[in-house]
Design a protein around this ligand. Structure first.
Ligand SMILES: NC(=O)c1ccc[n+]([C@@H]2O[C@H](COP(=O)([O-])OP(=O)(O)OC[C@H]3O[C@@H](n4cnc5c(N)ncnc54)[C@H](O)[C@@H]3O)[C@@H](O)[C@H]2O)c1
Length: 268
């Protein structure tokens, strides 16, 4: 048990699975009280119960991040239970793979509502509570799909656009909230083996990585949840106290290698 987040209160959206759940476990290990927000009630109960049984300072709240009324409920319950909010990880996100020629307007809107509006609403309702307490840290999860277009994200126009919006939101919010000592940063994962990629049909990290060999530099060419969980931890803690408005890429070298020649040359 460490103390990097001692006495801090964190909300993590989409915390019942994948990258968010990695953050939940690491934050608890480092002394934070954690509010896990997710709209999958079944999964939420499944992950919260064992943590509660171990006596962890954790609660689960079923909420849809794209619903403003749900955010009011989340903030009210968090303050009632833990008195304050120091950290918000805007991690919840969905993916509907449709390219620009096949996109359904309703699906596009749904992705934007959850992936982009959901983060706006989280900041709108949590930042005033952080301000009362002297500051805080907000972490917005984007994707390298926002950097390299469709290839990194299953050819999805809505997903890339929503993740581009997250980058702009971070820069905007860091300007608005800096005076209140609230930091806002963007995390840009490459391909990570989580439930999201399982839903896209991949059974293991190795199987997922196989199709990205030559795209990412680091074997097995796909990351795992803790690769991002540890970044969440750094950005949540006071160790990152001078970082705001910035983008943190963890992608096994994918973006760096996207300028690689495609004629079969290797670096062996
Ligand atoms: N896995 C990857 O390769 C990858 C790469 C880049 C970025 N990301 C981003 O990382 C974040 C986490 O992804 P993951 O791979 O852990 O996904 P995941 O599917 O394993 O977990 C996402 C969680 O968010 C929850 N959620 C979805 N919509 C919600 C809503 N409206 N309200 C509340 N909860 C909701 C889901 O129930 C789920 O528990 C997402 O924003 C995703 O876009 C993932």
């Amino acid at each position: 048990m460490g103390s990097r987040l001692k006495d801090k209160v964190a909300i993590i959206t989409g915390g019942a699975s994948g990258l968010g759940f990695s953050g939940v476990k690491l934050f608890l290990q480092e002394g934070a009280s954690v509010v896990v927000v997710d709209y999958d009630d079944k999964q939420l109960k499944k992950v919260i119960k064992p943590l509660e049984e171990k006596g962890k300072k954790v609660i689960g709240i079923k909420a849809d991040v794209s619903c403003e009324e749900d955010w009011k409920k989340v903030v009210k319950k968090t303050v009632a239970k833990f008195k304050k909010i120091d950290i918000l990880v805007n991690n919840a996100g969905i993916h509907i793979p449709q390219d620009v020629l096949h996109v359904e307007a309703a699906d596009w809107q749904k992705v934007l509502n959850i992936n982009a509006l959901g983060m706006v609403l989280g900041i709108k309702h949590c930042a005033p509570i952080m301000k009362k307490n002297g500051g805080g840290s907000i972490i917005n999860t984007s994707s390298i799909g926002a950097e390299i277009g469709g290839f990194g994200d299953g050819y999805s126009v809505a997903y890339s656009m929503s993740k581009g919006a997250v980058r702009a939101l971070t820069k905007h919010a860091s300007q608005v909230l800096g005076k209140d000592n609230i930091r806002v940063n963007t995390v840009m994962p490459g391909v990570m083996f989580t439930d999201m990629t399982v839903k896209l049909g991949f059974k293991s990290r190795q199987e997922l990585g196989k199709i990205y060999k030559g795209t990412a530099c680091l074997p097995p060419f796909a990351g795992e949840a803790n690769d991002i969980g540890y970044l969440y931890l750094y950005l949540a803690s006071d160790e990152s106290k001078y970082a705001t408005g910035s983008e943190f890429i963890v992608d096994g070298g994918w973006v760096a290698s996207s300028g690689t020649a495609s004629d079969g040359r290797t670096y062996e």
